[in-house]
Write a protein that binds this ligand. Sequence first.
Ligand SMILES: [Fe+2]
Length: 290
Amino acid sequence: MSSIRLAFVADIHHGRDNFTKKGSTAMALMAEFRRFVAEARPDAVIDLGDRITDEDTATDLRLEREVAEAFAPIAAPRFHICGNHDRDHLSVADNAGILGQDLGHQTVDLGAWTLVLWRADSRIHRPGGFILPEFDLLWLDAVVRHAGKPLIIASHVPVSGHSQVGNYYFERNADFATYPGGADRVRAVLRGAKVPVVWISGHVHWNTLTQVDGIAHITLQSLTESFTTQPQPAASWGLMELSDQVDWRVFGLDRFEARLATADLARRWTTPLPPFDQHPEIRARLRAAE
Ligand SMILES: [Fe+2]
C-alpha cells in the first residue's frame, strides 16, 4: 500500500517574542519549513493555527498577511485552521480572505484515508475560555458516523483530556488547554467511530501522544516555542505517513516519533468503571470485608 504523506506545522506565532514564544524567529523558521516541504513532497500541508501573536486589529492583519506570504510558495495543497490568537482581533472571514481559502469545516478525500479539517470555534471567551458550539459537534458527529475509511482529524484545540502537568502555559490553566464543557462530548462522538481514527492538534505547545478508546490523539510542538528547548525555539514541524501504519515524526530540536498499526486504531475500549464505591459488586465486597 502506498502511503499518504502529510506535513504539519503548528503555533507559528509570528510577531513579537512573548513569554517563551520566540515569535521574532517565525519567518526564518518558515523558510526552513518551506525547504523541508519542497524536499519531502507531502500530499498536503496543514497549519494547525495560532499563526500570529495578537496585538490589535491592524497589526494582526499585517502579521497574518506576512504568514500567508510565507506559505504562498508551497506547491502542495495547503489547509489552514484558525487558532485562538488568529481570532482575538480578527474574524474567520478576515483570515479566510488573507489565506485565500474557505475556513469552514471540510473533509478531503486522500484515497485510502479522509482528512477532516475540524475548524471548530477557537475564540477564547473571557470569561468562559473555549466554548464548543453545538453545530461544530454535530458536524463532526455526522462525519464520524458515516465514515467508510480511516480518518485523520486536525483541529487547533486538543480534545484528548491529556494531563498538562509540566506544561509552561497550562499546568495551572488546564481549562484553557481544551474545550472544558465540550471535549468529553467530542470523545463520546469519536467512541462511535467504526474506522481507525487519528486526531492531531496544536495549541498546547508540546509533543504528546495520548490514546483514548483506541484513538490516537497527537499534539505537535509549536514552531517557535522555547519552554522545552530554551533558549532556542523548538523549530518543530511534523511529517505523518499514513498506510497500514501511522508513522509520525517531529523534526527540529524537540524530536518525537511514534508508529501505530492502523488496524489497532479501529478498536474501541471497554467503558471505564464507575467510582468503586458506586459499583454494586465492588460495594458488596467492601461491605462483606467490613
Ligand atoms: Fe492556541
